[in-house]
Design a protein around this ligand. Structure first.
Ligand SMILES: [Zn+2]
Length: 343
């Protein structure tokens, strides 16, 4: 009998050990990057032009997630400007806020010194959190939805340094003309039983959001794309992997910055429609994937693909490259702080 009990206990211990090892292995796996950039070397330009920008050209500098700096040598325009990138631990378990030391170092390194406007595509923290401080430090204007304006007010930004943008109404900054287009957020997903979907009863940030706050306090507040014209050149910046049917009906773009986060996790018909509503409609010569990097890691280290926990970079790129090779469209990835002359 004692032997039997002992065996039983041993078996239970062994089962516990196996389960624990399996759980640890899965966790370990989930916190690994969902791709290896070594396989995409040929897609990185590695040019980093250091010369002054020639007249008529537009230089883009990628600053992680969907933070894109456009510069024509006279005027700079930025989307989102999310640079603090708190760790996964901090984001999950603490209140978060912008880090002025990180922000100023990024502004300096990326030579953001003639910025005229920051356009925020939606009000989740990984897009909107730092934007008011970037506006403050650079004395530029913050453009966003009403929710983003409340992020700005909570951060202490003056009303005259902000403007609520209107869909379809062009904004002129230097030679850039920016038109805001209606868009949609990447379909919601679940992590450890929790969804990231916005509560339909609270779709907007309705009062000034004073940091530090929990990441979840940054409510989407609508999602927007940006159609940017500069002379005869046209650019579209689409940050989220979703679309409003027909939103690009009347426009074309030479360059498309395309959000690919979680693309391959969506059903096949969604993926096909996403490409039809973006690539097929805009007919770009060049696509630069965005929102592919793990934004829990700092921007001053080489960017890594999103974690396996919530994404699949390799599969996203495979889907994109399958489509672009068929249409003979050029694809370029950019590392953090990497620049490229677009035209
Ligand atoms: Zn979001």
């Amino acid at each position: 009998m004692i032997q039997y009990l002992k065996n039983n206990r041993l078996q239970a211990l062994f089962r516990g050990f196996l389960f624990g090892t399996f759980a640890l292995m899965s966790l370990h796996c989930a916190f690994r990057p969902s791709g290896d950039l070594k396989g995409y070397e040929s897609y990185f330009p590695h040019e980093n032009p250091n010369t002054s920008i020639q007249k008529g050209k537009i230089r883009v500098t990628f600053l992680g997630t969907t933070s894109i700096l456009l510069d024509d040598g006279e005027t700079q325009v930025l989307t989102d400007g999310f640079f603090t990138r708190p760790s996964l631990w901090k984001t999950a378990f603490t209140k978060i806020e912008s880090d002025p030391v990180i922000l100023t170092s990024v502004l300096e390194k990326a030579k953001i010194n003639r910025l005229k406007g920051i356009f925020v595509c939606h009000s989740h923290y990984d897009h909107a959190m730092d934007a008011p401080f970037v506006a403050k430090y650079t004395k530029s204007k913050l453009y966003g939805s009403n929710s983003t304006i409340n992020v700005g007010l909570g951060a202490g930004l003056d009303k005259e340094n902000m403007e609520e943008f209107q869909v379809g109404k062009p904004i002129k900054l230097g030679k850039f003309t920016i038109t805001v287009l209606e868009s949609k957020h990447t379909p919601p997903f679940r992590i450890l039983g929790k969804t990231n979907a916005t509560d339909p009863n609270f779709p907007n940030i309705t009062t000034p959001l004073v940091p530090p706050v929990k990441a979840l306090e940054y409510i989407e507040g609508g999602t927007f794309d940006f159609f940017i014209q500069h002379g005869k050149n046209k650019i579209v910046i689409k940050s989220s992997t979703n679309f409003v049917k027909g939103a690009y009906e009347k426009i074309k773009a030479d360059v498309l910055f395309l959000g690919i986060a979680q693309l391959s996790l969506q059903p096949k018909p969604f993926q096909e429609e996403y490409f039809e509503e973006t690539i097929q409609k805009l007919n770009p010569k060049l696509i630069i994937p965005i929102h592919w990097d793990n934004f829990f890691k700092p921007l001053n280290k080489p960017l890594e693909p999103n974690l396996k926990l919530g994404d699949d970079f390799d599969a996203n790129m495979q889907e994109l490259l399958k489509r672009t090779s068929k249409d003979q469209i050029q694809v370029q990835l950019l590392q953090g702080f990497e620049s490229l002359d677009l035209f």
